[in-house]
Design a protein around this ligand. Structure first.
Ligand SMILES: Nc1ncnc2c1ncn2[C@@H]1O[C@H](COP(=O)(O)OP(=O)(O)O)[C@@H](O)[C@H]1O
Ligand SMILES: [Mg+2]
Length: 184
């Protein structure tokens, strides 16, 4: 499988964030996008995830051009995104956050929270993430919150996985170490 961005251009008022960017990835390949603050990394990833529409350029998956009008389109095409700035709902539990958007529903379409808990436990055990499905997000250290974001993307079973660096505000050694260990 192959993912290609060709000639991607994105302008904001007074600044060209992405200027004719080309990038190609094959399945199994790991690519690090490195650049100083303001270089346009987040903008490019936001375009790949359907959060912004590019002013020019194309995205192709296996040679087929795709248009993402929303993150839902990108997720459906197999793109997963671990956000740098958390998109979690602070007063929801880990399980509730993980299944937002991919809710397993029980009878009458109600949220099957037991199934959600099970999904979190399974993924957490498989990757030794030590997540409590019933913990409330705002009570967790930032490194643990990042692991929740990772589990959330796992549940979407993406083919292409984008991870937006580690949290900027993570200055605590313990939480950044625990985050590093789960990135391997
Ligand atoms: N939503 C936005 N509105 C206006 N300007 C933006 C917006 N997002 C990013 N920019 C600008 O685009 C440029 C690239 O930003 P960004 O993609 O966030 O860079 P990076 O992630 O590499 O630090 C910067 O000059 C930034 O100020
Ligand atoms: Mg950025």
């Amino acid at each position: 499988m192959e993912l290609e961005l060709r000639g991607i251009t994105k302008k904001f008022p007074g600044v060209v964030a992405n200027d004719d960017v080309n990038l190609k990835l094959a399945t199994g390949e790991v690519l690090a996008l490195i650049g100083e603050n303001g270089a346009g990394k987040s903008t490019l990833m936001s375009i790949l995830y359907g959060m912004y529409r590019p002013d020019g350029g194309t995205i192709t998956l296996d040679g087929k051009e795709v248009t993402f009008n929303s993150p839902a389109d990108a997720i459906a095409a197999g793109i997963g995104m671990v956000h740098q700035h958390f998109m979690l709902v602070p007063n929801f539990t880990v399980a509730e956050n993980v299944v937002l958007g991919v809710e397993p529903t029980g009878r009458f379409g109600s949220l099957d929270i037991d199934e959600a808990r099970k999904m979190v436990r399974e993924i957490s055990d498989r990757y030794s993430l030590e997540l409590d499905p019933d913990a409330v997000i705002e009570e967790l250290p930032v490194g643990v919150q990042q692991r929740v974001e990772i589990v959330k993307v796992c549940c979407e079973t993406p083919k292409w996985w984008c991870s937006m660096s580690r949290p900027r505000c993570s200055r605590r050694k313990r939480s950044s170490n625990s985050l590093r260990s789960c990135e391997h």
